[in-house]
Design a protein around this ligand. Structure first.
Ligand code: ZN
Ligand code: ZN
Length: 150
């Protein structure tokens, strides 16, 4: 199996509908498409926003993703120059999803919010150049020192 087939196999293990939500349960979502990418993101912003050494997330077509419940947004300027908006539950603060203004056709959903994460598999490590020195990044099919261009 080639690399591309391996990546596709890992991504397609997550079959829609994909359900999830925040810690307190006030924000929920459903995604009606198969993820197109997945990552462990080791960037400093993800570390600071999550309180963890890295976060795991998957990308889905934006139009396939529906959410309900009150949210608050945090906007920052990413290294790419594009604004990145992260969306958090207004009640418990869980970070549920994010979107870059440079890729508005995608929503990036944090795997920690999945109702059932058993079929989730991060296919890549990104921003390894910023990885916390106290964790060994998990093995993935591909790795990048920064964010690769889609
Ligand atoms: Zn909540
Ligand atoms: Zn990040």
């Amino acid at each position: 199996m080639g690399l591309r087939e391996k990546i596709m196999a890992q991504l397609s293990a997550m079959q829609p509908p994909i359900h999830g939500g925040c810690l307190c349960g006030k924000v929920t979502y459903v995604c009606r498409a198969t993820p197109v990418w997945s990552v462990n993101c080791h960037c400093h912003s993800c570390q600071a926003l999550s309180g963890a050494p890295f976060v795991s997330a998957f990308s889905v077509p934006a139009q396939s993703f529906e959410t309900s419940g009150d949210t608050v947004s945090y906007r920052r300027s990413a290294e790419s120059g594009y604004e990145v908006v992260t969306t958090h539950c207004a009640a418990c603060g869980s970070r549920v999803h994010a979107q870059s203004k440079g890729a508005t056709h995608l929503k990036n959903v944090f795997a920690s919010t999945l109702d059932d994460a058993s079929n989730f598999k991060p296919v890549s490590n990104v921003y390894l150049s910023e990885a916390a020195h106290w964790v060994e990044p998990p093995e993935t099919l591909v790795s990048f020192p920064k964010m690769p261009h889609a």
